[in-house]
Each structure stands twice: as C-alpha cells, then as structure tokens.
Design a protein around this ligand. Structure first.
Ligand code: NDP
Length: 291
C-alpha cells in the first residue's frame, strides 16, 4: 500500500458551500443564524469568527450574541425565548462549551427544535433515531459527507467510531449504521483499543487526545477520519491520529486542520438553510431574498 490519499476537507467544503450559496440564491431566501457565545474561550472565539466569515460568503446572515462568562442561566434562557419567537431568525446555535456554572442541556432544550441547527435537542435526536427527516448534528453529517466522496461502497463495511459524545461520536455511529455499516463504538473504557480499531474498514476518531491512534490501530487500506482538534504545547494543531505513522497504512485520510473542521461549518450553514426553508414552508416566516 502506498501513501494514503488525502481527503481534502477544505476543498470539498468550499465546493459544497458554493453549491449551497447558489441554492440559497435560487430559493430567494435569506437564512439567519443567531450564535450565542458565553464567555471568552479562545478556541470558541476562533470558531465563531470562522462561522461568521463562511456564512457571509454563502449568504447566511449571522447575528452573534457575545455574552459575559458570568451570565446567568435565566438571562440566556430569556435570550433563547426571544430568538425562538423572532420570525427572521431561522437557526440558533449555542457555542459549546459553556462556562461551568451553566448546564448546557437546559439551554439546548430551550431552543425550538425547528431552530436547533446543531441537532442536539432531544426532539431532533429522537427524530434522527426514528429515521424522521430532521436537523442532524453538523460534524457527524460532515464526516459522512467526506466518507461518501470516496469511491468505495459503505454497505457491509466495518466501521469503528472512537468517542461517544452526543455532539459527534454517538450520532456518527448511528449515521454509519443507517448506511448499513457494521458499527462498533469505542470510548475511554474500551479494552484493547488498538485491536478494536484495527478491525475497521472505516475508522473515525472523535476523542481529543493527540496521537492516540498510531500505526498499530489501523488496518491496511482503511479510511481514517480524524475529528480531533488538539493544540500541542508548541502551538501546533493536531488530530487524534498520528498522521505520519498512519499515512503509509491507510488508503484515505483526513488532515487536521483542513479535514472535518471546514465540513462542520459547511453543514451548519446547510442546516440553517434547511431550517429556514422548513419554517417558510410552515408559514412561520416569509422573508424576501435580499441581494
Ligand atoms: P468529548 O470530550 O465530549 O468526548 C470525547 C470522547 O472520547 C468520549 O466519548 C470519551 O470517552 C472518549 N475518550 C476519551 N479518552 C479516550 C481514550 N483514551 N480512548 C478512547 N476514547 C477516549 O469530545 P467531543 O466529542 O466534543 O470532541 C472530540 C474531539 O473532536 C475534540 O478534540 C474536539 O475538539 C473535536 N471536535 C472537532 C470538531 C470539528 O469540527 N473538527 C467538532 C467537534 C469536536 P467516555 O465517553 O468514556 O468519556
């Protein structure tokens, strides 16, 4: 096996966003996303900025509510209530993580399911599990989109997802199951992680531990999708996969940065568009397209 082909998330996301921009224009709508950012987590500040920039390119309007890290739960719930009511706001995103004194679940559950563009509200999670069309979490959807760019059928393939968070690991395992993969979900208590991972035709890691996945954990010819974003002491950003060690074994790999990250943002904008379309269809909002 030679060197793995790189799945260029940046390019794939750029193409996706270009099509999305055309779709938004064609539909004559002006999707609006409200982003709630509580506190000054440096990584979150960068993510929100990236989302704003990309949204502008695509034709999604972003309104950012940057609240103090000391904000009370009541205050944030009131803001969510107000955004739920506004007919010009189609999507509401609570940037995670929130400061420790806040319970993210309470806040997420307050977002109207139709505006929950992160797909984390229990109603949307339930709909997804019941195969009812709904808003699906952005990162898992982005991962699946990247995997589907590879000219290899998914049916019957063995997939291992490392990580079981509500944001990434769990929904992704479910999406792969829907694609008829045979799915194993690994986590921090998994025994012999390397051995489990080395069974995978498709290996996805969403952990947050640099270089957790080395050569021993990868089957020859596997597709490796690295969701992890880790900042090393020297400032370098890396994923969960030891890229150099694995690139001679895998057939396809995503880089970090430039892999799953850009696709996550693209899917957030797609969900905002979908939410806007849905709300307009339901007669909740008729916004003329503004050029
Ligand atoms: P969480 O911390 O919520 O979940 C991490 C998961 O990894 C948990 O299920 C945990 O297991 C598991 N885990 C932790 N340590 C190990 C280990 N040593 N071996 C096996 N499993 C382990 O993180 P998220 O899911 O939110 O994010 C995961 C990573 O993905 C992070 O690096 C994050 O920055 C990145 N990320 C990237 C995005 C992108 O767009 N590229 C978007 C979202 C996240 P357990 O459940 O047992 O605790």
């Amino acid at each position: 096996m030679g060197i793995a082909k790189i799945i260029d998330g940046k390019k794939i996301a750029a193409d996706f966003c270009q099509n999305l921009a055309e779709e938004i224009q064609k539909n004559h709508i002006s999707p609006k996303l409200a982003v709630i950012l509580v506190g000054d987590d440096p990584a979150s500040l960068i993510y929100v900025k990236n989302k704003q920039k990309k949204a502008q390119e695509v034709g999604v309007v972003v309104e950012t509510y940057h609240l103090s890290g000391m904000s009370s739960e009541r205050m944030i719930l009131e803001l969510i209530d107000e955004l739920n009511k506004r007919t010009d706001v189609h999507g509401i995103l609570l940037q995670l993580p929130v400061p420790i004194h806040l319970n993210p679940q309470t806040l997420i559950e307050r977002i109207h399911p139709d505006k929950d563009v992160d797909g984390l509200h229990p109603v949307n999670v339930g709909r997804m599990m019941s195969k009812i069309p709904t808003l699906i979490p952005c990162t898992p959807m982005g991962c699946l989109y990247l995997i589907k760019q590879i000219p290899v059928p998914l049916v019957g393939r063995r997939a291992v997802v490392v990580g079981r968070s509500a944001l990434v690991g769990r929904p992704l395992a479910y999406l792969l199951l829907q694609e008829d993969c045979t799915v194993t979900q690994a986590h921090s208590k998994t025994v012999h992680l390397d051995k489990v991972c080395s069974q995978a035709d498709i290996l996805v890691t969403a952990v947050g531990v640099p270089h957790l996945i080395g050569a021993n954990a990868v089957k020859k010819g596997a597709v490796v999708i690295d969701v992890g974003i880790n900042r090393l002491d020297n400032g370098e950003i890396t994923g969960d996969v030891d890229f150099k060690a694995v690139q001679n074994i895998a057939s396809y790999m995503t880089p970090v940065p430039g892999g799953v990250g850009p696709m996550t943002v693209a899917m957030l904008l797609f969900n905002t568009f979908k939410a806007a379309q849905n709300q307009i269809k339901k007669g909740l909002n008729i916004m003329p397209y503004k050029s």
